[in-house]
Design a protein around this ligand. Structure first.
Ligand SMILES: [Fe+2]
Length: 307
């Protein structure tokens, strides 16, 4: 029996349809939804899978992913690469990640601008990093190493943060812009993370988006968050991925899509997972916004080109 640590490179190359995610909205793939998705006839979105759930050599996780990939585009999302951490990347983990990219030909590949302390997949263990020259150097080295291993650009995701580092010498948006410039990576804009961080630190989400290098965004995440209060009674939002997307996050997303056009969008739901129909309806709500702004965006681009 193969262990979970066994690289999957030895598998023969499967043939999958060459789907596009352009202008599409999708949802997290949860194995318990497999039969409901198999019965689905109208869904035209895509599914995001966590790389760490498919790093064994075979078995049920790969059978499920292969079945999904036959019918839909897939976004491969890494959680525990620890690209933001100071330690060198785990070569075995990176090899398994690269093997998944080769095996399933995902339409999108992403990881977090964060670091994790161990290999378990808990979102709360994604730790932020101080934004300094030194951390920028090792983040860029890690991003380049990942991109070299997978032979394509990766999308790096902005974090949800709960504390700020006094050591930081630049804004998160400047750090992300410089990372994209130096490595050629794309960006995964998590709009819920922007809203969570903005609320927790008392800045306006729209001000963050004003400074964010939106021209590099290749995917958007939406997710639900929990509303709590800190010891002084101030609002503290937690990026829980356990409920529907909140109204202010939808409003922010609408603003981004109106400005940037139909960027592929993924609704994340990882805890207290409801029936497939609930996730599907969240993805449909995102698709509605993408469709509503698509013509307006194309019209604006056309006239900009003519003027
Ligand atoms: Fe996210």
């Amino acid at each position: 029996m193969m262990s979970d640590q066994t690289p999957v490179r030895s598998h023969h190359r499967l043939r999958f349809p060459n789907h596009s995610v352009a202008g599409r909205a999708g949802a997290s793939f949860k194995p318990e939804h497999l039969s409901a998705i198999a019965a689905e006839t109208a869904f035209e979105g895509f599914f995001e899978v966590h790389a760490e759930n498919h790093m064994g050599a075979g078995g049920a996780p790969h059978a499920a992913l292969a079945a999904i990939r036959q019918r839909f585009p897939v976004s491969l999302h890494g959680v525990t690469m620890s690209i933001g951490g100071p330690q060198r990347l785990d070569p075995a983990h990176l090899a398994r990640f690269a093997a998944l990219v080769e095996r399933y030909e995902p339409a999108l590949v992403s990881e977090h601008l964060a670091w994790s302390t161990h290999d378990d997949v808990f979102l709360s263990d994604l730790l932020p990093l101080p934004y300094t020259r030194e951390t920028l150097d090792h983040v860029c080295a890690h991003v380049s190493q990942v991109q070299e291993a997978i032979g394509r650009p990766i999308l790096m995701e902005n974090p949800a943060t709960y504390v700020l580092f006094p050591e930081s010498t630049c804004a998160e948006t400047d750090f992300i812009r410089e990372m994209a410039r130096r490595t050629g990576c794309g960006l995964l804009l998590d709009v819920n993370n922007v809203f969570v961080s903005a609320t927790n630190h008392g800045f306006r989400a729209i001000d963050y988006l004003m400074d964010f290098p939106l021209e590099h965004v290749g995917e958007i995440h939406l997710a639900g968050h929990d509303e709590q209060f800190d010891d002084e009674g101030r609002p503290l939002l937690i990026d829980t991925h356990d409920r529907a997307v909140a109204d202010p996050v939808w409003a922010l997303y609408d603003t981004v899509i109106r400005q940037c056009g139909p960027i592929p969008t993924l609704v994340e739901w990882d805890n207290d997972v409801p029936d497939w129909s609930v996730l599907r309806d969240e993805a449909r709500a995102a698709q509605h916004i993408l469709d509503r702004h698509a013509d307006h965006y194309l019209l604006g681009k056309r006239h900009a080109a003519l003027s």
